[in-house]
Design a protein around this ligand. Structure first.
Ligand SMILES: NC(=O)c1ccc[n+]([C@@H]2O[C@H](COP(=O)([O-])OP(=O)(O)OC[C@H]3O[C@@H](n4cnc5c(N)ncnc54)[C@H](O)[C@@H]3O)[C@@H](O)[C@H]2O)c1
Length: 391
């Protein structure tokens, strides 16, 4: 009997995230192999070859040549956000299955283009919304489906991050909208995807305030006030040596030029009438990724960083129920997402999170940031029409 044919994967944008995702996808079996790499950085290619054990992978200068190469079955995209659209489109037009990191694109026209392309080529498409695979969020979704809350009326959600992570963002490519889109899109598109999923809806009216108030030259002294980490790295630079070459950012996060916010608040009304508030801040000593959900018959709160969920039915006697799921930044979901990706690659199973989810999350973020930029309440009806989504 001949050997089963392996699924052959090509990577466009071989940085920290995608090499990590694919490294886990290659674990526990040999049904998937990396055969092609494209990246503008030679260091990234070198590292990907070592980390993904593919010294003989073909290296492409042009992403279209990688996608069109007959030896590639799946194209995986992990480049800067502004390039996602052209990298995904090239792969779909070459009739390849695609995994793409979030966010889907940085503007609404690109969402429309990709929607048309997926409809035309009908390939498998998997989005890297890793938190969808986290036991914490899956349990919340399950509890809601079981009726613990009754009908969801309103909720709060947030994502606040610590100084080293914030400092990393403010000295990386993510600090510029021309490369990453807004901070809300680049980082909080996860949270807006989760909120869409949990409400079973999407935002229709939004307003937002935000700005850059901390990562400014006048606060550069905070590095000295806090002093270095135990390993000698300065405060706000703790992510410099994560073992990944791309983490070696050299810019000072307080002095580097940037045009993203470091704090933002949002109010939202979903198409199904549910209302919410969202808050993000990039310089917090107590980090949270929390949800607090209020329904007609119950209340639930939890934080994925601790993995803890509390809920209580509205009645005289019912106690507060407490459960602990997996905690941590991605709620233990990195391995699960990669296993699911391998499953889609090997068996053709439909991915859990697809292009439509990518569009819904991106458009929600575009709407919120339009509200922030314009200083008005924005009605997203026209945007949903433009991307062909009926709510
Ligand atoms: N799902 C998650 O939790 C998660 C976490 C981190 C990053 N991400 C996403 O993954 C993507 C990459 O982020 P990262 O942290 O790995 O960044 P990174 O800087 O480590 O990697 C990006 C790579 O893309 C390459 N690149 C940039 N432009 C390119 C182009 N035009 N053609 C080919 N290669 C190009 C860079 O050289 C670099 O190697 C981003 O879209 C980011 O939002 C997702």
């Amino acid at each position: 009997m001949g050997e089963a044919k392996k699924v052959r994967v090509g990577l466009i944008g071989c940085g920290a995230r995608l090499t990590g995702v694919i490294e886990r996808t290659l674990e526990n079996g040999d049904q998937v192999e990396v055969v092609a790499l494209a990246d503008v950085s030679e260091a990234a290619i070198k590292q990907a070859k070592e980390r993904l054990h593919c010294p003989k992978a073909k290296v492409f200068e042009n992403h279209l040549d990688l996608s069109r190469d007959p030896s590639v079955d799946w194209v995986c995209v992990g480049s800067w956000n502004v390039f996602h659209k052209e990298h995904i489109l090239g792969a779909l037009e070459a009739n390849k299955h695609v995994f793409s990191e979030k966010p889907l694109t940085t503007n609404i026209d690109d969402c429309v283009t990709l929607k048309k392309a997926i409809e035309k080529h009908s390939r498998l498409f998997s989005m890297g919304f890793v938190l969808r695979y986290a036991p914490f969020y899956r349990r919340i979704k399950e509890l809601i489906a079981e009726g613990v809350l009754g009908k969801l009326i309103s909720f709060e959600f947030n994502e606040t991050i610590g100084p080293d992570h914030g400092g990393y963002i403010m000295s990386d490519w993510r600090r510029k909208r021309e490369w990453a889109g807004t901070h809300l899109l680049e980082k909080c598109c996860h949270d807006f995807d989760l909120a869409n999923w949990i409400t079973g809806s999407a935002p229709m009216r939004v307003a937002s305030f935000g700005g850059l108030d901390f990562f400014k030259p006048e606060n550069a002294h905070q590095v000295d006030r806090i002093g270095p980490h135990a390993n000698g790295l300065p405060a706000y630079h703790g992510w410099q040596k994560m073992g990944i070459y791309t983490r070696a950012h050299k810019l000072n996060p307080f002095l580097a030029d940037k045009d993203i916010i470091d704090n933002q608040v949002v109010i939202l009304e979903y198409a199904n009438g549910v209302r919410a508030t969202f808050h993000t801040n990039l310089n917090t000593a107590i980090n949270e990724r929390r949800m607090y959900l209020c329904g007609t018959e119950g209340t639930l709160r939890g934080d994925v960083l601790t993995g803890e969920i509390e809920y209580r039915r509205i009645s005289h006697e019912k106690p507060v129920m407490r459960e602990t799921t997996v905690g941590g930044g991605h709620g233990g979901a990195d391995g699960t997402m990669s296993t699911a990706l391998r499953n889609s690659m090997v068996t053709g199973a439909a991915p859990l999170v697809g292009l439509d989810d990518g569009i819904r999350s991106a458009v929600a973020c575009f709407g919120v940031d339009a509200a922030l930029d314009r200083g008005t309440v924005v009605d997203l009806g026209g945007m949903w029409n433009q991307v062909g989504i009926t709510l």
